[in-house]
Each structure stands twice: as structure tokens, then as C-alpha cells.
Design a protein around this ligand. Structure first.
Ligand code: FES
Ligand code: FES
Length: 160
């Protein structure tokens, strides 16, 4: 049985009638066409589906859309609403923090949340924080460099 849900996604109010068992990630991708949020595993392992829910990073494959009713959601598309890259996205590009790019939206969203909480994270803190985000391509080294640079660009000052 379908039920109405309503939330704010990337600053816009969204209302829809969906099956309550729909996952938030399915809602974002299939109903709203926000395909920047990826599905890598569907079992809470990879972090490719990570978005911000009420300002905190969450794996959107672990939430039912009904659980996000009334929430404020930010996806990777919302980081660059006018096509201008967010400083963390620019840092990933500049420091080669991606190869195939599949993990990148989740990595970037996670990194932005980290820097909001800890403006100047150390390498160790970055590696710890990104434990829930899997990358099959890069070996993580350049991702860590990118997050350090992104943190500085966002206003932090740790030298690494
Ligand atoms: Fe959600 Fe992998 S798709 S953690
Ligand atoms: Fe390919 Fe991370 S860049 S999975």
C-alpha cells in the first residue's frame, strides 16, 4: 500500500506517494532521477549511497523512505547546484582522488560531513572516518590527499 512522503531534497520540497518499503536510495534515484547517489552493494557495506540526512552522513540504502519523511536531504547533486564544483569535489579532481568514480559521490559526501565536524582532520582521522566507504580503484592514498586539500579549501588549516 502506498503512502505519502514529504521531504526537502537539495533545498527543494518534494512530496510523493510511494510504497513505504522503498529505500531512500531508490526514491532518490528512481523517483527523483538523482542518479549521482550510487548503489554499490545494497547491504550497508560500501558507502556509495551515502547522503546527508538532517546534516549527518547516512547510507541511503539502510533507510526506508518513510524513515526520511520530513527530513532535509542533501545529495551529491546538491553540492554543486549551479554546476560549480564544491571545494571538496574540486579537490578530488585536482588530487586524482578518483578513477572509475563509482565510490566518489559517497566519498565526497562523507568527507564534507567529516570536515563540518572536524575542520582540519589528520591523515589518521581521515582514514578512520572513511572506513565505511570502499574504493576498488585508487588504493585510498589520493583520496586521503584530496580530503586534506578539500578540508583546507573549506577553511581548515591542518597541513596534513
Ligand atoms: Fe549503500 Fe553500499 S549501496 S552501503
Ligand atoms: Fe573506482 Fe573508487 S574510484 S571505486
Amino acid at each position: 500500500m502506498s503512502a505519502p512522503v514529504s521531504m526537502t531534497v537539495n533545498g527543494k520540497k518534494v512530496t510523493a506517494t510511494v510504497e513505504p518499503r522503498t529505500l531512500l536510495v531508490q526514491f532518490l534515484r528512481d523517483h527523483l532521477g538523482l542518479t549521482g547517489t550510487h548503489v554499490g552493494c545494497d547491504t550497508s557495506q560500501c558507502g556509495a549511497c551515502l547522503v546527508h540526512v538532517d546534516g549527518k552522513s547516512m547510507k541511503s540504502c539502510t533507510l526506508l523512505v518513510a524513515q526520511a519523511d520530513g527530513a532535509d536531504i542533501l545529495t551529491i547533486e546538491g553540492l554543486a547546484p549551479n554546476g560549480e564544483l564544491h571545494p571538496m569535489q574540486a579537490a578530488f579532481r585536482e588530487h586524482h582522488g578518483l578513477q572509475c568514480g563509482f565510490c566518489t559521490p559517497g566519498m565526497v559526501m562523507s568527507a564534507v560531513d567529516l570536515v563540518k565536524q572536524n575542520p582540519a582532520p589528520t591523515e589518521h582521522e581521515i582514514r578512520d572516518w572513511l572506513e565505511g566507504n570502499i574504493c576498488r580503484c585508487t588504493g585510498y592514498h589520493n583520496i586521503v590527499k584530496a580530503v586534506e586539500a578539500g578540508a583546507k579549501a573549506m577553511g581548515g588549516s591542518h597541513a596534513g
